[in-house]
Ligand binder design. Structure first.
Ligand SMILES: Cc1ncc(COP(=O)(O)O)c(C=O)c1O
Length: 488
């Protein structure tokens, strides 16, 4: 019989894929582990902590923090999963007429008429038709269902694109810093090089093409072939919404430098300021005259974000344009090797891109649910931004969109020394202390990348609105006592 030591020679840290060890996804790391152990202690012994609940504000997981799913979407999903009740009398009472009608239409589009199938690797054709029509309605430019690839969430799409583009560590991907760590993690996993471009915090996390050019030239001088540029709009963790002229400059830059534009547009429905609007990069490229053949562009959308927040359903799509037929065929082969995206996630992606319309029975209640969530998120973003900015040593840009604030924190030297002694980066040290004192879980800036010598943390705006005042007073109380303890 094999012993433990036998096993450890068969599989050990020395002989697993070394890229795994380079793949850092610390936003799910030590602060969360600490929070979970505090939560366990609290459950086992109520009153044992200086707080009565742990609040997970470290990732954009809206329903975990109480956001309600959109009724129409869930009704259609339920009926698609259990079509046997479509013709029952009770169904007419419990479900809206348009949900019944949509579910019937979708079931007819699924080969085999059940969500239990493997679909075509690219996704169910009828759903891709609906998504393409939704993209066309959003952008005012044609969209082709054959360009739509359904995915198990944007994460799956990003992984596939990195696998597709990266041949060796000599291939580079330009990524914003701070960035959403799926990019650094997937680039590391596929053995490429992350080429950073820094967003300018002093200009509301602005993006300058001169910075892109500088970093591209530097990477080239080191022998890196830069293949693609990642633009996250609205930004995570930074919350900025790109202005149209900046987007035009990015498109022109990609065109001039021969880069694939990887447009992460998963927060397209999360914009909170009237002076900014979401514009897809495809719309921008088409509106400045670039057609299908001019620029390779991949746009990622997800069911996890927006006002839908259906992270657990693992759905989304990527719209792939500007790839030649031969390359597209190879991409299709990669999708075949991945089998297919899960069917409920595919259905939800089609619903998100084609919600109820004026005149549909659900239209009014759908609008009320959507607008209720979005206006509340906007208020929460403002309240938290205001609170952070009122704290000593903290400055925080506005969340124009997405689901996060990313305040910068100036830590006293004494705190930096204490962090060193605790073997932690200063921002990690601050986040550890924050969770231990308040139960509020945030992610340290180190996991996203930051200008060396600056410290940040990311906090979601997702806790329910009635909890925000208590969260703010917990934050204030903690921060004041932290600064009192460490002030130089
Ligand atoms: C910018 C960005 N892209 C992609 C994702 C991945 O989302 P999902 O895989 O749930 O679609 C996230 C999740 O937070 C994100 O913030």
């Amino acid at each position: 019989m094999a012993t433990f030591s036998d096993c450890s020679t068969i599989i050990s840290l020395d002989n697993i894929n070394p890229r795994i060890l380079k793949c850092d996804y610390s936003i799910r790391g030590e602060i969360v582990t600490l929070a979970q152990s505090l939560e366990k202690e609290l459950q086992a012994k109520p009153g044992s902590q200086p707080f009565d609940e742990v609040l997970y504000c470290h990732i954009g997981n809206p329903q975990y923090l109480g956001q309600q799913p959109i009724t129409f979407f869930r009704q259609v999903l339920a009926l698609c999963d259990y079509p046997a009740i479509l013709d029952k009398r009770e169904t007419q009472v419990l479900f809206s007429a348009d949900a019944i009608e949509r579910a019937s239409k979708i079931i007819d589009q699924i080969p085999g008429k059940t969500t239990g199938i493997y679909s075509d690797a690219q996704g169910i054709k009828g759903l891709r038709d609906t998504i393409a029509a939704g993209i066309e309605a959003r952008d005012g430019f044609p969209a082709d269902p054959n360009d739509v690839f359904l995915i198990d969430g944007a994460t799956a799409g990003v992984q596939i694109m990195m696998q597709f583009l990266i041949r060796s560590e000599k291939d580079g991907i330009l990524c914003p810093i701070p960035q959403y760590p799926i990019y650094s993690a997937s680039i590391a996993l596929h053995g490429g090089s992350l080429v950073p471009y820094y967003l300018d915090e002093a200009k509301g996390w602005g993006l300058e093409v001169s910075e892109l050019k500088k970093q591209l030239d530097y990477a080239k001088s080191k022998g890196i072939a830069v293949r693609a540029l990642v633009a996250i709009n609205p930004g995570n963790p930074t919350g900025q919404v790109l202005a149209k002229d900046k987007q035009c400059e990015i498109v022109e830059f990609c065109k001039q430098e021969g880069l694939v534009l990887l447009a992460d547009e998963v927060y397209q429905d999360n914009v909170y300021v009237p002076e900014k609007k979401f514009h897809s990069f495809k719309k921008i490229s088409r509106s400045i005259g670039y057609g299908e053949k001019d620029i390779p562009l991949v746009s990622f959308q997800s069911v996890s974000k927006g006002y839908y927040g259906e992270c657990g359903k693992r759905g989304g799509y990527m719209e792939v344009t500007g790839f030649g037929a031969d390359v597209r065929e190879q991409l299709y082969r990669v999708f075949c090797a991945n089998c297919c995206a899960n069917i409920p996630g595919q259905i939800l992606a089609s619903l998100v891109m084609s919600p109820p319309k004026v005149g549909d029975e659900s239209y009014e209640s759908y609008c009320a649910e959507r607008d209720g969530i979005l206006s509340s998120l906007a208020r929460r973003a403002k309240a938290l931004e205001y609170a952070f900015n009122s704290l000593e040593g903290i400055t925080c840009n506005k969340a124009e969109g997405a689901m996060y604030l990313f305040p910068s924190i100036q830590l006293p030297q004494k705190a930096v020394k204490a962090a060193e002694a605790a073997n932690a980066a200063p921002d990690v040290f601050y986040c550890r202390r924050l969770v231990s004192a308040t139960g509020i879980v945030v992610s340290s800036g180190s996991g996203f990348g930051q200008v060396p010598g600056t410290w940040h943390f990311r906090c979601t705006i997702l806790p329910q609105e009635d909890k925000i005042p208590a969260i703010i007073s917990r934050l204030k109380e903690f921060h004041t006592s932290f600064m009192d303890e460490f002030r130089d």
